[in-house]
Ligand binder design. Structure first.
Ligand code: 1PZ
Length: 211
């Protein structure tokens, strides 16, 4: 059986993500997402359409990383350079490269912003605050802007099934509430830094709207 999810492991993978030159290692980025998928799976089947999408994107990137051009996919920086220099990215509309590393990672990158916002509101929340509201606010501020109506509706339904705050803290498997809050405080700057470095790189290369 797979080891149980723990917030600690997510923290460790995001810590491993950055090289000394502040490049983002795709291997650990994907490992972080795999941890998050296993977390989502413990929350119930309503989330399976979300975790399936994450799994398929992780798989696309893993195939690139282990494929014959894998050496170009070690970091997000090297991937962007390689795919752009070799015209492997559909820039304005979908064409021959619908599964480029750049566009695939962009989807996860946008979702990472959601995660950052959500975890931060969880961290600062009070006992009576609703996780569904926190999820929804974080979503509207991030991913929703990139999703069509139908997906936004489906996500809205999934939010109704989100477990309460107490369950969330338990499933994170990192001790009592105070400990989880402390660990979140430690994890969030790491997640933010990975997010920001990727965001700046994508912005600099005009990749933030890849179809
Ligand atoms: C624990 C509660 C989970 C709430 C998750 C909130 C985010 C909702 C995201 C909904 C995704 C819906 C399914 C797939 C959508 C895809 O169309 C898009 C765009 O990909 P494309 O079609 O262009 O290939 N996929 C995404 O935007 C990636 C979404 C990833 C969501 C990750 C959620 C992370 C959850 C972590 C758990 C703590």
């Amino acid at each position: 059986m797979a080891e149980a999810f723990s917030l600690q492991k997510v923290l460790e993978t995001f810590r491993s993500c950055l090289s000394e030159e502040k490049e983002v290692y795709i291997k650990y980025y994907l490992a972080g997402w795999q941890e998050l998928v296993s977390f989502m799976n413990t929350l119930g089947n309503v989330f399976s359409f979300i975790s399936k999408d994450v799994v398929s994107k992780v798989q696309i990137l893993e195939n690139l990383l282990t494929g014959e051009n894998g050496s170009h996919y070690v970091t997000v920086q090297s991937m962007v350079k390689y795919e752009l220099e070799n015209n492997l990215v559909d820039i304005t509309k979908r064409g021959n490269h619908i599964e480029s590393g750049c566009r695939t990672l962009l989807r996860l990158h946008r979702a990472l912003r959601w995660l950052e916002l959500f975890l931060d509101s969880l961290r600062t929340s009070k006992e009576d605050d609703k996780t569904s509201v926190m999820c929804c606010d974080a979503y509207n501020e991030s991913l929703a802007q990139h999703h069509p109506w139908l997906i936004r509706k489906a996500v809205g339904v999934a939010f109704c099934a989100i477990p309460g705050r107490d369950t969330f803290f338990q499933v994170m498997n990192a001790g009592d509430e105070t400990q989880v809050v402390a660990l979140l405080g430690e994890s969030l700057p790491l997640i933010s830094e990975v997010y920001q470095i990727t965001e700046d790189l994508y912005a600099k290369n005009n990749l933030l709207e890849l179809p």
